[in-house]
Each structure stands twice: as structure tokens, then as C-alpha cells.
Design a protein around this ligand. Structure first.
Ligand SMILES: [Zn+2]
Length: 118
């Protein structure tokens, strides 16, 4: 099997981190098994976006229903493509450096449907 990565689609009732990419370890027509913190988790394939490599960009997660998140993460936040750290993103910035792993990536505002003006 080729190396694949997956992330959950919006509005999926799973306690997985939105915007974070997980390694796919098994895949069939209906189900995928992904590795989450070294554990295997079975997920309906329809709930996942699957790619052969995760984009090296900050995923933007729009916080509509994340009232239980820590205060800095309420509202829109980013997920680091390298270490999955979550962080508030500076508005209008095109790139952001991860405080946890130190890597700098572009921010995927377009994919999140957020337009940057100016
Ligand atoms: Zn990072």
C-alpha cells in the first residue's frame, strides 16, 4: 500500500484534531484505519480527506463549535503540518512560524475559504 495521509472532514463527530494529518495504515472501499498517537483508529472513509502527502501548510480551522477549546483557540486557529500543534494565527499573515517545532509554513487561508485583503 502506498503511504497515505488523511484528515477528518468538517462536522465529523470524532474526537480527532481537525486540520491535522494522520498516517493511513489500512484502507478499503468503506473504511480507513489511521494512526493516532501510535494507536490504530478505524474511521469511515467518507469522513476523511485522503492524500498521498500532507500539504506543508498551516491548516486553518474555523472555530464555530469549539467552545470547549482553550481560550486562545476559540475562533479560528491553525494546525501545524509538521507537529500538529494548534495555535492562533496572526490575521492577514501569509506565513507563520510554529513555536513548538520552529518550522515556518504558509497559511492555507484559501482552502479555508478565508480571503485576505490587502
Ligand atoms: Zn510545528
Amino acid at each position: 500500500m502506498p503511504i497515505l495521509f488523511a484528515r477528518i472532514q468538517d462536522d465529523v463527530p470524532l474526537k480527532l484534531r481537525k486540520g491535522a494529518w494522520y498516517r493511513v495504515v489500512e484502507l478499503n472501499d468503506l473504511q480507513a484505519v489511521i494512526e493516532v498517537n501510535r494507536r490504530k483508529v478505524g474511521v469511515l472513509r467518507a469522513w476523511l480527506e485522503i492524500r498521498d502527502r500532507p500539504p506543508q501548510r498551516w491548516a486553518v480551522v474555523e472555530g464555530k463549535d469549539n467552545r470547549k477549546a482553550p481560550p486562545p483557540l476559540r475562533g479560528t486557529y491553525g494546525v501545524c503540518p509538521n507537529c500538529r500543534a494548534r495555535t492562533p494565527l496572526p490575521k492577514k499573515a501569509r506565513t507563520h512560524q510554529c513555536k513548538k517545532c520552529g518550522n515556518e509554513f504558509e497559511i492555507d487561508w484559501v482552502e479555508a475559504g478565508i480571503k485576505i485583503s490587502g
